[in-house]
Design a protein around this ligand. Sequence first.
Ligand code: GLC
Length: 436
Amino acid sequence: MRKQIISLLLSFAAVAPAFPQGGYEPSPEIIEARQEFQDNKFGIFIHWGIYSLLGDGEWVMNNKNINYKEYAKLADAFYPHAFDAAEWVSAIKGSGARYLCFTSRHHDGFSMFDSQYSDFTITRATPFKRDVIKELTDECHRQGLNVHFYYSLLDWTRPDYTPLGNTGRGTGRDSTGVWADYYAFMNNQLHELLTKYGEVNAIWFDGKWDQNNNPDFDWGFPEMYRRIHETQPGCLIGNNHHEAIIPGEDIQIFERDLPGQNKAGYSEGQEVSQHLPLETCETMNGMWGYRITDLNYKTDKELIHLLVRAAGMDANLLLNIGPQPDGRLPETSLERLKAIGAWMDRYGETIYGTRGGLVEPRDWGVTTQKGNRLFVHILNLQDRGLFLPLDGKRVKQAITFADGKKVRFERQDGGILLLLDEVPTAIDHVVELQLR
Ligand code: GLC
């Protein structure tokens, strides 16, 4: 017996390095896609659905215990006459974002695309009848923006999403259906999303936590993930389950917190992956879906800091907008996109294609790095001197990124002391170090 265990351990040890992710070996396409994803650094999230009509966020059906038959009537009033995919995509591109993650189907179960597996869709149940996902993805491909699809695992409407989870218990749906039907339905819809809309760069799952009180619940992820990778070999998989990575996933997602933090309370104990790309999603105001009373937008500075801090932690930022029921992006969100875009025009080089830099994130800011170029992003410093621990690395020269002017510095034990002419006041004062 003992011998068997030892030989089992040995054979596992021999296999482990080749399959660091529990038996999932990413294809060359996936490895390339992961790199591209990391290089892209910044994406825009869109939460849009029939819930937008109620102006109270995407959880309104659950929060107000709206009966699913009553809720379904919203579809008949959904006519976003001002929707213009080209306008959305160019506004998003203008922010410097490199990808768009769109809610194809949220927890309410409504599909924002033309699906033959449901009648509860934008094309069948609304007078609008247009497949907004088709319009958006075509436009993204035209304008060169990568396409990611959010897809909800849970459903507050269908009887075959069973057993009942933690949420959506007051929607009056019965749960007499069979899970296998729901599982087939999801796989069929994912197949549609991956075969009807050209290249899809990622599927972004959400809602696993709904079954956290049913410990034996099996979501069937390995098979679902395998099919996605089989259908589009370069399509990344992420799952907002607030946990450590599950084999088959390609990116790790953090909700409303940077990796390793837990201010919002979703990431308790969430182990940060050491080898997968990371992404933090966050709202521009306080809600994902359109909320008519929420004008509490983060400032330009706060949003840029979020993006820079994410980059310094080697993570992407996925920044959300909740479009209006008329099909327009809220005015303030358009202003924020423009401001971030203006900043990215000047400083994008210190963000895109970089990785978290040599100097660990600090209260004063972060560093990003591309080869021997170390970008010191000073976000919050009330001083003219800044010590940078450089792990024995020598500095050839230091310049202010914005104007190329030399910055004085002194060698000190373990690093250098930057000697700035003034206490920095810019949103992000970037000093570029040339390392030897
Ligand atoms: C949460 C919410 C959901 C939202 C998501 C975005 O999981 O349930 O409404 O889509 O966060 O990160």
